[in-house]
Design a protein around this ligand. Structure first.
Ligand code: GLA
Length: 416
């Protein structure tokens, strides 16, 4: 099949559409059902409860706008007209009504499909039906489509086919005329579980293809989370307003959530996802959300870093790695107001003093000798060491184990 950019048609060159929906100027924020409802608890009642909680908890006001249904929303068969329909046992009122409910709460409606003929849970998917599915989604008022990577007849890694097929869905969504955020999930049944960096680096990928693209396998615990960080560290330059590297969902701390971590791990994830401009998609059980997690997700100063209008993904400016899982690192992200956010991150089982030295500052867009005030975005106050000078060593002592801080360095005077 021809590539997604331009091809010779019967009547001359046919220029295939690049993504032009105008969306994704900032990383998307919302909730996704997969780590919470999975298939077992996927139902109209639970999705509506999630919508209500997103509003009543303050998550919507904090910016979490997408309520994304993942796998298992669809009936096992298409209808007589070949359209996807919602599973009537799970969603007796139908998908349009559910979308109306979600919109009625002031939220946006996300849905899931797959580029193969079945989803990862073996339900009907979009191969060969991209146009009709995109139209169906648009008719239901869908605002976000996540397209997965399972059941490809030529395998999950066949780049020519995957970029072609994801491109067909991108163009079908464009053709509906409804602005629909397009999220490509290269994970799927990808084996071996390696990095998916080519979704960002290939000339057919990145923001030409989608508003967000997964860069690693599913983040299910600390090990896979660290893999996502490592892969993403090499992909900063591919993120931009319109398309972002997707390091997968946020894991909270509640034991009532299918996937969860300790408090320190979850805040380290939030700090890093902010610096990396990764989508903030909550995977926790919102119906039984821990107060701690709500406080994490609604930290407005850290959300502001994630959503910064410069849309520049932060870079890893220093790293010391003893082995997989034992490292410390410093990350920095240039912000629109001329300041720089930094994360200091330690996974060693002993405390560590991390220093941003001259070589670290050299990678930051600040003039040498620029005086800076330093704010701790968890304390919502001046950092312990409240002043810094660009180019001169700035140190942070971190506790043993997984520990991290996120600081904002703001110029206190204009240097000429
Ligand atoms: C894959 C994706 C997950 C989720 C499941 C659903 O594993 O990577 O994010 O969508 O499929 O089956």
């Amino acid at each position: 099949m021809p590539g997604p950019w331009s091809r010779l048609g019967c009547f001359g060159p046919v220029v295939s559409l690049a993504l032009d929906n105008g969306l994704g100027r900032r990383p998307p924020m919302g909730y996704n059902t997969w780590n919470d409802l999975g298939c077992k608890d996927m139902s109209e009642e639970n999705v509506k409860a999630v919508a209500d909680i997103m509003v009543s908890s303050g998550l919507k006001d904090a910016g979490y706008e997408y309520l994304n249904l993942d796998d298992c929303w669809m009936a096992p068969n298409r209808d007589a007209d070949g359209k996807l329909i919602g599973d009537l046992d799970r969603f007796p009122s139908g998908m349009k009504a559910l979308g109306d409910y979600i919109h009625g709460r002031g939220l946006k409606f996300g849905i899931y499909t797959d580029r193969g003929d079945q989803t990862c849970q073996n339900l009907p998917a979009s191969l060969g039906n991209e146009a009709i599915d995109a139209k169906t989604f648009a008719d239901w008022g869908v605002d976000y489509v996540k397209e997965d990577n399972c059941h490809s007849s030529t395998g999950a890694n066949d780049k020519d086919v995957l970029f072609e097929q994801f491109g067909v869905m991108r163009d079908a969504l464009n053709a509906t005329g409804r602005p629909i955020f397009f999220s490509v999930c290269g994970g799927g049944d990808q084996l071996p579980w390696n990095k998916l960096d080519y979704y960002a680096t290939d000339e057919r990928g990145g923001a030409k293809l989608a508003n967000a693209w997964r860069i690693s396998p599913d983040v299910m615990e600390w090990e896979t989370l660290q893999l996502a960080i490592d892969v993403n560290a090499g992909l900063a330059k591919y993120a931009q307003a319109g398309g972002f590297n997707d390091a997968d969902m946020l894991l909270g701390t509640s034991k009532n959530s299918a996937k969860h971590m300790t408090q320190r791990h979850s805040r380290a994830q939030f700090n890093l996802w902010a610096i990396m401009a990764s989508p903030l998609l909550i995977g926790a059980n919102l119906r039984e959300l821990a107060d701690y997690d709500l406080a994490t997700y609604t930290n407005k100063e850290i959300i502001a870093v994630n959503q910064d209008s410069l849309a520049k993904q932060g870079i890893r400016v220093r790293e010391y790695k003893a082995s997989a899982g034992l490292s410390w690192s410093i990350w920095a992200r240039h912000l629109q107001d001329g300041s720089v956010a930094m994360v200091f991150f330690n996974t060693f089982p002993n405390s560590a003093t991390l220093t941003c030295d001259a070589s670290c500052w050299d990678q930051l867009p600040l003039k040498k000798q620029q005086k800076l005030s330093v704010r701790d975005l968890w304390l919502h106050a001046a950092a312990e060491q409240a002043d810094a000078v660009a180019g001169e060593s700035y140190s942070v002592k971190l506790d043993a184990g997984v520990a991290s801080v996120i600081l904002k360095f703001s110029p206190t005077e204009v240097l000429v």
